[in-house]
Design a protein around this ligand. Structure first.
Ligand code: SF4
Length: 325
């Protein structure tokens, strides 16, 4: 393993989807789900990716793992460009790079026991003998806080929080160094959410994990992440260290998102920046700055030219023509 530099460097990744159905012979439309996204992720850190639904954050996660094959760009993982690898070369990296999805119930085969579900990950990669696999399953169940006597139970016999622990166990039994959490606590009750977040934090320390944590919930991201990247309509709007972003957001979109976090403070409610309207159609994103149709600071030139992601110092970057004023 190369310990110099970032564990993951994403360079100018693009992932576009074309609509297949053509109405009355009209040309297929293209969604630029991820459009020229670049960032770095350092070993042992947690980078949060936030934004409203449809901003491209989940597509980005899948593109990094090549579950959606990127159209262009580079994904340099531990010194290797993943997009240059063929299927069998990619296999080793698949083991090292895991993903935990939002809905554990949909992701768990209801006819398999916990033992079978976790063992299935090991089977795929041909890891260990039958006896060794059982030891690994028991070990990871203990680590994620699943009682060992539940080994032969089925998913429907577990609570939502426990099912998410099974999902975490399935990912971590492969001993990865990088884990993408795609809204991993969004489907959970608030009380259970905190337990699973704490578990993820503890496991990160214990197993030296690096996380990319995708979420629409800014409170959750604040709790777990070291740095935060804000996306809007497939583009990065801002990246900064967590405390800096939450105390000194530069981009009007980030400011609006942060002001909408519910807190029991009447004055804060009055200061709330309301985002008008819905996110524009990704089939036809606004010209220039993609946020200009909803931005309270928009000026005529914002619809003419697209702002670059500028470094405002300290690794704090924002894509706005006027946010350094
Ligand atoms: Fe708003 Fe203009 Fe900045 Fe875009 S470039 S965020 S529209 S002020």
């Amino acid at each position: 393993m190369n310990t110099d530099g970032p564990l993951l460097r994403v360079e100018n990744i693009k992932k576009y989807f074309s609509s297949r159905k053509q109405f009355l012979g009209s040309a297929p439309k293209t969604v630029k789900a991820v459009d020229d996204v670049s960032f770095e992720l350092f070993r042992g850190e947690t980078l949060g990716v936030v934004g409203e639904s449809g901003c491209g954050k989940s597509t980005l996660g899948r593109a990094i793992l090549r579950l959606h094959e990127p159209d262009s760009g580079r994904i340099v993982y531990d010194g290797t460009d993943l997009l240059s690898l063929n299927k069998s070369e990619m296999r080793d990296y698949r083991q090292r790079m895991q993903i935990i999805f939002q809905d554990p119930y949909a992701s768990l085969n209801p006819r398999m026991t916990v033992k079978e579900l976790i063992c299935a990950s090991l089977d795929v990669f041909g890891i260990g003998t039958k006896a060794e696999r059982i030891d690994m399953v028991l070990d990871i169940m203990e680590k994620v806080g699943l009682p060992l006597e539940y080994l032969n139970r089925y998913p429907h016999e577990f609570s939502g929080g426990q099912r998410q622990r099974i999902m975490i166990a399935r990912a971590l039994v492969l001993n990865p160094d990088f884990v993408i959490g795609d809204e991993p606590v969004s489907a959970l009750d608030v009380s259970v959410r905190a337990q699973v977040l704490n578990l993820m934090k503890d496991l990160q320390q214990e197993l030296s994990l690096t996380y990319l944590f995708i979420s629409h919930d800014l409170s959750v991201v604040r709790y777990l992440c070291d740095r935060v990247m804000v996306m809007y309509l497939g583009k990065v709007m801002e990246i900064a260290a967590r405390d800096e972003l939450y105390s000194d957001a530069k981009h009007p979109y980030t400011q609006a998102l942060l002001s909408s976090i519910p807190i029991p403070d009447v004055d804060a409610a009055k200061r709330r920046i309301r985002l008008s309207g819905d996110v524009p159609s990704p089939f036809n994103p606004p010209s220039g700055c993609r946020f200009h149709t909803r931005c309270v600071n928009a000026r005529p030139e914002c619809s003419q030219s697209e702002p670059e992601l500028k470094d405002m110092g300290n690794g704090h970057m924002a894509a706005c023509h006027f946010c350094d004023h």
